[in-house]
Design a protein around this ligand. Structure first.
Ligand code: SF4
Length: 282
């Protein structure tokens, strides 16, 4: 396979033809190019991903980063940011990955306003393992693990992260690439925890293209309060898309590290020993 552009690797792409992940991939690459125009060096963008179909984006994007474990991409992203706060860190997660296995990491990253961006590929199924229901699948969803329909109510990711004090919350759609690009740019530039719920059809196990093409619209404003953001994001006859909430607030690494950069400002061995002795009073 030939490299199509500088942001695409040589890895063979194994997403199913028509998968919504392609739209997220394209929008993200567009966002990286736009960020470069706005002064963000591409080499300063670091990525991580969980496990699932979404996680393959890590193999396809020609950017630096760490591959994480199932549900642990947000924890990994926070470590990367603390290691070098000068970097822009993006965690790609799946809906099962982030709302199931990794939910606690998402909520606590939001709670402490970790300055990382979380992009959730929300296809409503565990696609890589052939279509089991996830915590956000609608009640009645039929799949290999729920052949008679799920009896559980779905979680609402937007409400959850807002309740956990996320400072940037948005919903995009993988087929609306221009708008998704803009949302990614704003999310990455936001100083604080940014969460983008991306509606992503899975053509093999949960093909939602028709529903989303007919029933989505973009909101025309950003909520001033969390209550207003919830109201803006709430699905009724149609599914709202766009940025629902954005707020300035001190970020975790600045509060915790008091402006230090552990990577560029790392201490010498002698300085570390001196600090340890001071702490232990020896
Ligand atoms: Fe995409 Fe679904 Fe295929 Fe996975 S199984 S690559 S999510 S279409």
């Amino acid at each position: 396979m030939s490299v199509k552009d500088a942001l695409t690797t040589y890895a063979e792409n194994t997403w199913c033809p028509g998968c919504g992940n392609f739209g997220i991939f394209t929008a993200f690459k567009n966002a990286v190019k736009e960020l470069e125009n706005r002064g963000v060096k591409t080499s300063n963008i670091l990525i991580t991903a969980g496990i699932g179909c979404h996680g393959k984006i890590f193999d396809y994007l020609n950017l630096s980063g760490f591959y994480s474990l199932h549900g642990r991409a947000v924890a990994t992203a926070q470590g990367m940011k603390l290691g070098n706060p000068d970097l822009y860190v993006v965690a790609f997660v799946g809906d099962g990955d982030a709302m199931g296995e990794g939910l606690e990491h998402v909520l606590f990253a939001a709670k402490r306003n970790a300055d990382v961006t979380v992009i959730m590929h929300n296809n409503g199924v565990y696609g890589l393992t052939t279509g089991q229901f996830t915590p956000v699948s609608p009640k009645g969803f039929k799949g290999p693990s729920t052949p008679f329909g799920s009896v559980e109510e779905p979680l609402n990711p937007i409400k959850l992260v807002l309740e956990a004090h996320a400072t940037f919350v948005a919903r995009g759609y993988s087929a609306k690439i221009k708008e998704l690009t803009n949302i990614f740019v704003e999310a990455i530039l936001h100083k604080g925890f940014s969460f983008v719920d991306v509606l992503q059809p899975c053509v093999s196990f949960n093909d939602t293209y028709e529903v989303y093409n007919k029933n989505t619209f973009f909101v025309d404003r950003i909520g001033k309060t969390k209550d207003e953001a919830v109201e803006l994001s709430t699905v009724s006859e149609k599914i709202p898309l766009g940025i629902f909430y954005k707020k300035d607030k001190p970020v975790y690494h600045e509060l915790e590290l008091e402006g230090k950069n552990l990577f560029t400002g790392s201490l010498t061995k002698e300085e570390r020993v001196k600090r340890i002795k001071e702490l232990l009073k020896i």
